[in-house]
Ligand binder design. Structure first.
Ligand code: ZN
Ligand code: ZN
Length: 202
């Protein structure tokens, strides 16, 4: 089953089951478009210097990388995530069982859009309307993550800088699931001490 391209049935209900399968590139493009629309709205609504816009956008991306690490480590890998009877299996455990199931490499939009709304609300409580410039950076970080993750599981490692990210995530899948939780960068793995010690994939 490991490394399988097959699909696992997650729900008895055929409608729910079909909602768990989605075209990754369509989701990525939609989220990137939402990010750009909010950014444009933010730029029209809030007057700042170019540097101010860039700093807020990049702060959102930076906070995203931390959220990516924390959610992967403490939510996705919590409890019995490999037990098909548990809800967390449907979110992440199944990805470890069938990592190459192309239709299940991204959270479907009916889940990710409400989640995006929740994040906007939380950030709005903290920073008010600046969320219109901060959140696009956060969401763009997530779209970037989804793209990299999709290509890691569907294509061979490239011969450039991205090769490192391929290896880091494949070590998480095929060597040790208790390390290498960061995907877009190993930064938080270095800070929190979860870098893989054994770096050989075979
Ligand atoms: Zn994982
Ligand atoms: Zn993966």
């Amino acid at each position: 089953m490991k490394n399988s391209k097959e699909s696992i049935r997650l729900f008895e209900n055929p409608i729910l089951e079909s909602l768990t399968k989605t075209n990754a590139l369509f989701v990525i493009a939609t989220l990137a478009l939402i990010s750009l629309s909010i950014l444009l709205f933010g730029i029209i609504k809030i007057k700042l210097s170019i540097l101010g816009y860039i700093v807020l956008f990049l702060s959102g991306t930076f906070v995203y990388t931390l959220a990516e690490y924390l959610i992967h480590r403490f939510v996705y890998h919590s409890g019995e995530y490999k037990n098909p009877k548990k809800w967390i299996f449907k979110i992440h455990g199944m990805h470890h069982t069938t990592p190459r199931d192309k239709q299940r490499l991204v959270l479907p939009l009916p889940v990710s859009i409400p989640l995006a709304g929740l994040f906007i609300f939380i950030f709005w409580l903290i920073m008010g309307n600046y969320v219109l410039l901060f959140f696009p950076g956060f969401l763009m970080g997530y779209s970037y993550y989804l793209s990299i993750h999709y290509f890691i599981h569907t294509t061979k490692p490239p011969k450039n800088f991205f090769r490192y990210l391929w290896k880091h995530h494949l070590l998480h899948h095929y060597k040790n699931e208790t390390v290498a939780f960061g995907l877009t960068s190993p930064l938080w793995d270095i800070i929190f001490g979860t870098m893989p010690k054994d770096k050989k994939l075979e």
